[in-house]
Structure formats: structure tokens, C-alpha cells
Write a protein that binds this ligand. Structure first.
Ligand SMILES: Cc1ncc(C[n+]2csc(CCOP(=O)(O)OP(=O)(O)O)c2C)c(N)n1
Length: 588
């Protein structure tokens, strides 16, 4: 049985009334909420007043998107819901991108937003969103939240908050919005109003006959593959996955979000699939006779746009799919058997049943995997020691891997950083690779690392990001200073939105609109100086050999550090396929 964040029954005296904001804060404390990320506004200062007097830390950011990504990072690093507090209107719209990013990666989050006073609904009070319905702002979150609640009566607040924590964590996790008119924070509620706590939940597992059927299918298949998605990591199921793979000698491929599901040096690990995958992983999946996929959407990038020539050929490959969300099953591929289950419980049951079970001979599988992985690495391993300046991206990865302890967190953004790490960077401790996959939001990494460090102050936390991603919101430096979070941002600086510049160059022969330029010349902002201006540490790398020492110093420092590494805009290898490349047409 796995448990939600739940709270012990209240011990407060049950008489009289008390301001809702105070009772809400005490309830959050009882739920184990350690930190709230947000940005102030006149609608939420009643709650800030209460938070300020509580044990809960409030991390005040300079942009609500930063707060949302930080709450997301915190949730990924702890497995508990991130809590975001935002003002109405522009606060809520600013936070949208961060909350949507969490939603598309199934991250539990509770968003608390202030709204206009309830008694002014529809009269156009300051900042009301009401073009279609009075006090309508909560609707903005409908497409990506599991549920949007607007609380219309103070008495409904306790029940709604309890529902939000429950819903954000059950089944497929995700964000839930609770939109609260500002007057309700100041309402007097009977003491003890927040007494209902989220229930302990026994998550679904597999029936015994389903377990037998899947183990039988894996044991008797000639070329089976286990395919792990982010659901395996969020369920903390790496041990169970390894046990199943080893019991039946089945190789393991993974999605971007699934990276780290097995130690990178595990002899059965194939690597990532798809456009930015590895040849051995794509090949073993494409030629498999059976794939058992767990906790994955079988999404486009990881499936080479579902083109049967590259990553998955289903059919003829048979597919068994286990997921927490029934809507994911059989969407993109014909599926022989779907099962709705928690990844850890399912893998544990399968591994238990597989122990000692005879299986088909896999031949020299481990040697083939080792050979395939080595052959691909030979394309770039000579670059690990390249002294080229501006640096080769592979040298940056290699220095980072050497400097960061195995249990340190690598938080990426989008661009070379995400694609390169997914493909080429060894992760040995599950859960230490944190990346935005579903929405693939540029700007996630620099902010999410704040939440990750908040969750694990004694472990290293490095944001490996592009200069495009970093410059979307450099206010993260000031926030890290204020919150005393000694994170490291390693900026891979190719003076532009390099990945898109590369794509445009490939198809159109130039990179109009994608590079940073001033008066027709490349334009490089000095992010290291920007960090120093905030009182943080800033290091501009001026030769490849400086990076390793700079990283070690940054990781030992008690101040946040920006390390800016000028880098060649070299593309990440793409052994898979992405259908967009067939769309572009060049005119005169
Ligand atoms: C918010 C947002 N806008 C645009 C994009 C499209 N996009 C994907 S990669 C990328 C370039 C990122 O540039 P940078 O951070 O410098 O990394 P690089 O590609 O140079 O490695 C862009 C703009 C996105 N993913 N997110």
C-alpha cells in the first residue's frame, strides 16, 4: 500500500471561530507542507500573513512561472505535491506555463490562487477576468488541471483544499487549482473546520492471472523488451524493474522521462528510444516480438513519430501496456493487453512471479548491448577531452559528470542540454535526472532547480541549460540569493536558440530569428556578470580546462553560481525520426 500526504486528526480546541487563512495554514502544516512557492498580490496577503507566522517556508519569486516550475521541481524531487500560491489575473496567467508543464509530466501540485472579492463578482472589480462569465479566471486552467475549483463560500474551503490534495496525488498525479475569493481568506470559520484529511489510498496492482499472463509472455518471447517511462520513476520502482529484467533476462529501453530507471551501467540497459534515442535501443524495440511498456504515453518524440521504420513496429510486435491512467492505453498502438496499475506494485508482482522462472535463451544479449552502446559512443567520446573553444557540448557533459556526485541532481531545460543528457549522460541514481518532457518548456530548468535544492539542501543541484532557456527568466538568481539556495546554473552558451537555429539551417539554409544578434553581429549577454550583480557567484569560462575546477568550486560554495560556458552550436545526434522534418518546404 502506498500512502498519500495525510494528516493526523486535529488536537485543537473545537470551540469558537478562527480566521480561515490561519486555519488553512495550520492544515497545510499538518499535511506536511514544508514550502510554498509564489508571488504576492493584494488577493493573497491574508494567507501570506498566516504563512509568515507558520513553520512553512515561503519562497517568493520574481515571476509566477518561476514559482510554478520551482514547485514542480520540488514535487519531482520529493514525490509530494508542490504548492504554488498566486495572485489573481496576471499572476495566474503568468503561472499557467509552469502549471501546464507540471500537468503534462504528471506532477502532483496544488495551486492556490486569490480572486476578486466574492461579493463583487461580475461588477468588474480590479483585475477580474469576466469576459464570458463572472469571476471566470479559474477557467483559464481547465485544459491542463485535473480539476479547477472556485470556492464560493468560506465553509467550502476546508473540503475543497482536502479534495485538491487528494486529487493531485491519486491515480495519475497532476495539478489541481483552488481559486479563492480574497474575502474568504479573512472569513471566520468554526475552529476545527479543517478536520477532514486525505484518505490513505491502496493503489491498484495486477490480478494474479494478469501477472501470470505477462510473466509467461515475457518468458516465452524470443526478443522481449521492457519499456520504462516516467511512471516507473515517479512510482520509485527501479528496484522492482531491475529485478524483473534480471529474472527473465529482458533488456530495458526507456523514454526521456524514464532515464535513470536502471543504473546507466546496468548490462541490460539499452538506453533512450526515439528521435534523440540510441541506435541499439531503437533497433531492439523495432525488432522485438514483445514489448511490455510501463508508465509511458508512448509519446511522439520517444516513438519516432510512430513511424514503424524507426522505433516501434507494433504490430507485428505485441504490446502489453501497464499504466496508472487507462486513457493512455491503446491510443497509438494496437495493444494485446492493457492493465491499469501502479508501476511499483505491478513490477513488484511481476518480479516476484518471475523469480526462478525458466525463460527463452537470450543468446549473447548482454554483449550485443555493450557493443551497440560502445559503437554509438564512439561517435563522440573523443570529444569528452576536446580542448576546443567555444567548447564542444560533449566536453561540457563530461566535466559535469565528473564534478557532480552520483546522487546530485541534473535538472535540464530544452535544447542540447535535454537531448544530450537523455542520450549521452550516465545517470546511476534513479530520480536524479529532472527534465521537462510533455510541454518541453524552455525556462523550466533554471527555475525547477530551486525547488529541487529546496527539497534536498544537502545534495548537489545543477541546472544544465542553454543561454536561451536561462535568459527567459534570469530573476532566478535573485530568488536563489534570497532563499539561500546554492544552486549551480551551467549555461551552454551558443548565442542563440541553438536547437531551432540548427533545424532552420538544415531545412532553409539560414537561421533567421533564432540567433541572438545586435546590428547583424552575434550578441552575447554576460550572464556571469549578471550573477555577480545579484551578489551571487558568476564565472565566465574562457578555456575548456577551466570548466571542471569552476564546477567543483561552485558545488562547494555556499552561494548560487552561474557558470557560462561558450559552446559550439553542434547538433545532438538523431538516430530516430521526427515527422516535422517532412513538413518544411522552402520557397523562393
Ligand atoms: C517556452 C518555449 N518557447 C519556445 C520553445 C521552442 N524551443 C525548443 S528548443 C528551443 C531553443 C532553446 O535554446 P537554448 O536554451 O539556448 O538551448 P540550445 O537549443 O541552444 O541548446 C526553443 C526556442 C520551447 N520549447 N519553449
Amino acid at each position: 500500500m502506498s500512502t498519500l500526504v495525510t494528516a493526523p486528526a486535529t488536537t485543537e480546541p473545537q470551540t469558537g471561530t478562527r480566521i480561515a487563512a490561519y486555519q488553512l495554514t495550520e492544515y497545510l502544516e499538518r499535511l506536511g507542507v514544508e514550502v510554498v512557492f509564489g508571488l504576492c498580490g493584494h488577493t493573497i496577503i491574508a494567507l501570506l500573513d498566516a504563512l509568515g507566522k507558520s513553520r512553512i517556508r515561503f519562497i517568493s519569486t520574481r515571476h509566477e512561472q518561476v514559482a510554478a516550475h520551482a514547485a514542480d521541481g520540488y514535487a519531482r524531487a520529493t514525490g509530494r505535491p508542490g504548492v504554488l500560491l498566486t495572485h489573481l489575473g496576471p499572476g495566474l496567467t503568468n503561472a499557467c506555463t509552469g502549471v501546464a508543464n507540471a500537468a503534462l509530466d504528471s506532477i502532483p501540485m496544488v495551486v492556490i490562487a486569490g480572486d476578486v472579492p466574492s461579493y463583487y463578482y461580475g461588477r468588474h472589480p480590479h483585475q477580474e477576468v469576466n469576459l464570458h462569465q463572472d469571476a471566470d479566471q479559474f477557467q483559464i486552467y481547465r485544459p491542463f488541471c485535473k480539476r479547477v475549483y472556485r470556492v464560493d463560500r468560506a465553509e467550502d474551503l476546508p473540503r475543497t483544499i482536502e479534495r485538491a490534495f487528494h486529487l493531485s496525488q491519486v491515480g495519475r498525479p497532476g495539478p489541481v487549482l483552488v481559486d479563492i475569493p480574497m474575502d474568504l481568506f479573512s472569513a471566520e470559520l468554526p475552529v476545527g473546520s479543517f478536520s477532514k484529511v486525505p484518505a490513505e489510498i491502496a493503489r491498484p496492482t495486477l490480478d494474479a492471472d494478469v501477472v501470470t499472463r505477462i510473466v509467461e509472455a515475457l518468458a516465452t518471447a524470443e526478443r522481449p523488451v521492457l519499456y520504462a517511462g516516467g511512471g516507473v520513476l515517479s512510482a520509485r520502482a527501479s528496484v522492482e524493474l531491475a529485478a524483473l529484467a534480471e529474472a527473465l533476462e529482458v533488456p530495458v529501453a526507456h523514454t526521456l522521462m524514464g532515464k535513470g530507471c536502471l543504473r546507466d551501467d546496468h548490462p541490460l540497459l539499452l538506453g533512450q528510444t526515439g528521435f534523440w534515442g540510441t541506435p541499439i535501443s531503437n533497433e531492439k524495440c523495432r525488432t522485438a516480438d514483445l514489448i511490455v511498456a510501463i508508465g509511458t504515453r508512448l509519446a511522439e518524440a520517444n516513438s519516432s513519430s510512430w513511424d514503424t521504420r524507426y522505433t516501434f513496429a507494433i504490430p507485428p510486435t505485441r504490446l502489453i501496456h501497464i499504466d496508472a491512467d487507462e486513457t493512455e492505453i491503446a491510443r497509438n498502438y494496437p495493444t494485446e493487453l492493457g492493465a491499469v496499475a501502479d508501476a511499483r506494485l505491478a513490477l513488484s508482482a511481476l518480479a516476484h512471479a518471475a523469480r526462478g522462472r525458466r525463460h527463452q535463451s537470450r543468446g549473447p544479449l548482454r554483449e550485443e548491448i555493450a557493443r551497440g552502446r560502445r559503437a554509438f559512443a564512439e561517435n563522440w567520446d573523443h570529444q569528452w577531452s576536446s580542448n576546443q573553444y567555444p567548447m564542444r557540448p560533449e566536453r561540457i557533459l563530461s566535466e559535469l559528470r565528473q564534478a557532480v556526485p552520483a546522487d546530485g541532481f541534473i535538472v535540464t531545460d530544452v535544447g542540447w542540454n535535454k537531448n544530450g543528457v537523455g542520450q549521452q549522460f550516465p545517470i546511476t541514481v534513479p530520480g536524479t535526472f529532472i527534465t521537462p518532457s510533455g510541454l518541453a518548456t524552455m525556462g523550466f530548468g533554471p527555475a525547477a532547480v530551486l525547488g529541487v535544492k529546496m527539497a534536498h539542501p544537502n545534495r548537489a543541484a545543477v541546472a544544465l541549460i542553454g543561454d536561451g532557456g536561462f535568459s527567459t527568466n534570469p530573476s532566478v538568481i535573485a530568488t536563489a540569493m534570497e532563499a539561500n539556495l546554492p544552486v549551480v546554473w551551467l549555461v551552454m552558451d551558443n548565442a542563440g536558440f541553438g536547437t531551432i537555429a540548427g533545424l532552420e539551417s538544415q531545412h532553409y539554409g539560414w537561421n533567421f530569428g533564432c540567433m541572438f544578434e545586435r546590428c547583424g553581429q552575434p550578441y552575447r549577454a554576460d550572464y556571469a556578470a549578471m550573477a555577480r550583480a545579484c551578489g551571487a557567484r558568476g564565472v565566465m569560462i574562457s578555456s575548456a580546462s577551466e570548466l571542471g575546477p569552476a564546477l567543483r568550486e561552485a558545488l562547494a560554495a555556499d552561494l548560487p553560481t552561474v557558470i557560462q560556458a561558450p559552446m559550439e552550436n553542434a547538433p545532438t545526434p538523431t538516430p530516430g525520426y521526427w515527422n516535422i522534418n517532412d513538413i518544411y518546404k522552402k520557397g523562393e
